[in-house]
Design a protein around this ligand. Structure first.
Ligand code: BG6
Length: 484
């Protein structure tokens, strides 16, 4: 893949996402030498009436977390700011003028063309407007144009289709990059290699050998003042319909014919279509209350949350995939805010070995820890060393921090921005994939938000979740082992 030269424009440059994620990711690529000063210029665009210097000093403290001052200043020297409205041509015309100068700078000593990457760090309510203006004022047929958009891609099937309808006439699927940042995480990107690059995992990856799968997302903090925003979303839209479903898809899809983006996404869509509608009686929903020691507030204590809200901050869902590989295997996805830990992991519990020679021997379990501290470990049974004849569960442990000490593990946004620059769509969400996932989740969300909505069970801030969680997991075949 050869990267051409790029002008990257960050729309929403004065916002939170851009200072916390977008600019630091672009800086990260610069730091690693993946983006070179002579090949790239970055323009921030927003409504705030600021100068380039203002933007630079706003970004600086965030970038200093990742690099020394010298490097940060070098990077910031290539960042400029343009302000203007989102819904009128005037600002975009100023951008076009800025591009002319920047293109001249970039074109010196090289005949590589200069492409344009537009990163929309903006709420979806303005995607349509901004994309329309970009098309109208900043689009040229012979210049490579790429648009990155971020979730939420709609609120349900209908609004997602509406958004698609607004964007589709403006930009081709080739030009659009829908970010789901979980697809940029190292361990998520590793899933297909782990499965299809290892004959023994590949051979055991089916209902004959696997008893159950668990995908877990835990955050140790609540909404903390963002409740007003979260309240319309809930945990299912926030991380399950998108991030965790992507993980589930990569874990369960069939082997793609190649690693080509379309081949991979074709298989993803296929397995998504094989998932049965959710059984509304086979879920757990919860909302966090005060911590047991009363030091942490309940969700309803958040002043931005409407009184009596039934918003779900925890859910456990059972996915049934109706195909030959997975029929009958419970796949439980659980996610929650204000829990006892912050981590994302996948547990694949294998079936018992045949009875007869062992009295009782634990199930093998493969754990893939997405974060923090990327790791893959496999719990297997070994003879207790020495004269003993008993068995012992031991981990085959591939903790990245030990094994890959000298490797750069890119942040999700770094990996994805680079993918977009080189035109690789494999780790972005395709339109039909989005459609199937909303088709699956919309009836469940309608039920949970309808007039007969069930009441979520209250779990203490800082706990493992609702009380009946262990029972639920056991009912879905999960065997708790010592240390769990
Ligand atoms: C975002 C959600 O998409 O993902 C947040 O809106 C959540 O609520 C975040 O905290 C989790 O991402 P990460 O990378 O921190 O696991």
């Amino acid at each position: 893949h050869e990267m051409s030269k790029y002008i990257i424009t960050v729309f929403g440059a004065s916002g939170d996402l851009s200072k916390k994620k977008t600019f630091p990711a672009i800086f990260g690529l610069f730091k690693q030498g993946e983006l070179k000063a002579e090949e790239c210029r970055i323009v921030g665009y927003a409504r705030s009436n600021m100068t380039t210097e203002d933007l630079r000093s706003r970004l600086k403290p965030f970038l200093l977390k990742q690099g020394d001052e010298n490097l940060v200043d070098k990077f910031l020297a290539h960042v400029t700011y343009v302000h203007g409205p989102y819904d009128e041509a005037s600002g975009y015309i100023k951008l076009r003028e800025a591009y002319t100068d920047l293109e001249k700078e970039l074109a010196e000593n090289s005949n590589k063309s200069v492409g344009r990457l537009h990163y929309l760090a903006l709420p979806p309510s303005v995607f349509g407007t901004v994309c329309g203006q970009i098309k109208e004022n900043l689009y040229e047929d012979d210049i490579s144009t790429k648009i990155i958009v971020e979730k939420p891609f709609g609120h349900d099937l209908e609004s997602s289709r509406q958004l698609q309808k607004e964007l589709a006439p403006l930009f081709s699927e080739e030009e659009l990059y829908r970010i789901d940042h979980y697809l940029g995480k190292e361990m998520v990107k590793n899933l297909l290699v782990l499965r299809f690059g290892n004959i023994f995992f590949n051979a055991a990856w089916n209902k004959e050998n696997i008893q159950n799968i668990q995908i877990t997302f835990k955050e140790p903090f609540g909404t903390e003042g963002r409740g007003g925003y979260f309240n319309d979303i809930g945990i299912i839209r926030d991380v399950m319909q998108n991030h965790l479903l992507q993980v589930l898809t990569l874990l369960t899809m069939e082997r793609p014919v190649s690693f080509d983006a379309e081949a991979v996404r074709d298989e993803k869509v296929k397995v998504l279509k094989a998932i049965a509608p959710f059984d509304h009686n086979d879920i757990i929903i919860g909302q966090y209350g005060k911590s047991e020691d009363n030091s942490k507030p309940s969700y309803l204590d958040d002043e931005t949350v409407p009184e009596g809200s039934k918003c779900i901050t925890f859910a456990a869902l059972n996915f049934k995939i109706r195909n030959e590989r997975w029929d009958g295997v419970p796949i439980v996805m659980k996610a929650g805010k204000a829990l006892d830990a912050g981590k994302v992991e996948i547990r694949i519990q294998f079936k018992q070995v045949a009875s007869g020679i062992f009295n009782e021997i634990p199930n093998n379990e493969l754990v893939i820890r997405v974060q923090p501290d990327e790791a893959v470990y496999f719990k297997c049974n070994m003879k207790t060393p020495g004269l003993s004849t008993t068995t012992k569960v031991t981990d085959l442990d591939l903790t990245y921090a030990d094994r890959y000490k000298d490797f750069w593990i890119p942040q999700a946004y770094e990996a994805l921005i680079r993918d977009a620059l080189i035109g690789d769509h494999s780790n972005f969400v395709r339109d039909d994939e989005l459609d199937v996932s909303w088709k699956l989740f919309t009836p469940l969300l309608n039920y949970l938000e309808g007039k007969d909505a069930p009441v979520p069970s209250i779990y203490p801030y800082g706990s493992r979740g609702p009380e009946n969680l262990n029972e639920y997991m056991k009912a879905h075949g999960y065997v708790y082992m010592k240390g769990d």
